[in-house]
Every structure is written in C-alpha cells, then in structure tokens.
Design a binder for this molecule. Sequence first.
Ligand code: HEC
Length: 143
Amino acid sequence: MLKCLLLTAMAAILAVSMSFADQSNGKVTIPVDKTTPTDGKQMFSSYCAPCHGRTGEGQGMIALRGFPPPPSFHQPRLREAPAGHFYEVITNGWGLMYPYAARVEPADRWAIIAYIRALQLSANARLADADPAERARLEALPE
Ligand code: HEC
C-alpha cells in the first residue's frame, strides 16, 4: 500500500516536471561564460558527484551502492547537448533524478554547468588544445 502511494506520488512529480520542461522548451539563454567553473566544482562535488561521480562518469558512491547509475556526461549525446538541457535537468529533474531547483540557485546551476563543460573538455582534450608552454612541458614528460 505504502509502496503504491509512493509510486503514485513519484509519477505525479514526474508529470509536473515533464510539463515544465515542455513549456520552457529547453530555450534557456543565460550565458554560461560569466560563471567560473571553479565555483561550480565545489557545488558539483556536493550536489552531483555523489551520484554522477567526481569525473561525471556516473560512478558516484550512491550509484555504487545500488541507486540506478546516471549516464556518463562524456557520452556524445550529453557532450553535444546544449547548456540549457543541463539547466532543465537540474531545475526540473530528469526521469529518476529529483529536481534541484529548491537547493541550487540559478547562478549556481550555471556555475555547475560550466564545471561539467570543463570536465567534458578535459576528458576529451588533445595535446594540440594545450597552450604552447603547457604542451612543451607535457611533451617533455617521460613516457
Ligand atoms: C541521487 C542521485 C543523483 C544526484 C545527486 C544527481 N543526479 Fe543527475 N541523474 C541521476 C540519475 C539516476 C539520472 C538518470 C535518470 C534517468 O534517465 O531516469 C541522472 C541524469 C542526469 C543527466 C542526464 C539527462 C539526460 O539527458 O539523460 C544530467 C545532465 C544530470 N543528471 C545532471 C545532474 C547535475 C548537474 C546534478 C547536480 C546538481 C545531478 N545530476 C545530481 C542521479 C542523480
């Protein structure tokens, strides 16, 4: 009985968050470049890493303990998803993930997204992307 009620409540929450997502149609246009990924790192560690893992691969402690694992942020679909999609997910939740609108301020959501972008870049960076000094240092490292 309790399980049944919980499921109904969850379904209602899901329906509400889906309709919000539909209404705004993913068109979130606040620029991300105004926030620093450094601020986002702290918040990502507190609010997202427990499930998504510190590197965003989806292997956080909660996922390792049996909560359904989230998708990796490094898969092509999420690398190509616009920043507004991440904003929607944080604000309204996504599938099994709860909304974080009540806990994470809009400006902080953008800081978290900037940090996720940094994680995505760092997981796919090529040596050619590094600035010349850093590149020389990396090339001089023993194999
Ligand atoms: C309690 C665990 C948990 C926490 C904490 C959490 N997530 Fe998630 N997240 C999930 C799960 C599980 C999914 C997959 C949900 C599904 O597909 O049903 C998900 C999915 C996502 C997705 C992918 C949406 C897509 O298009 O597939 C993004 C982006 C995301 N989360 C961002 C975040 C951010 C940013 C934070 C921190 C503010 C966060 N999540 C916190 C569990 C969590």
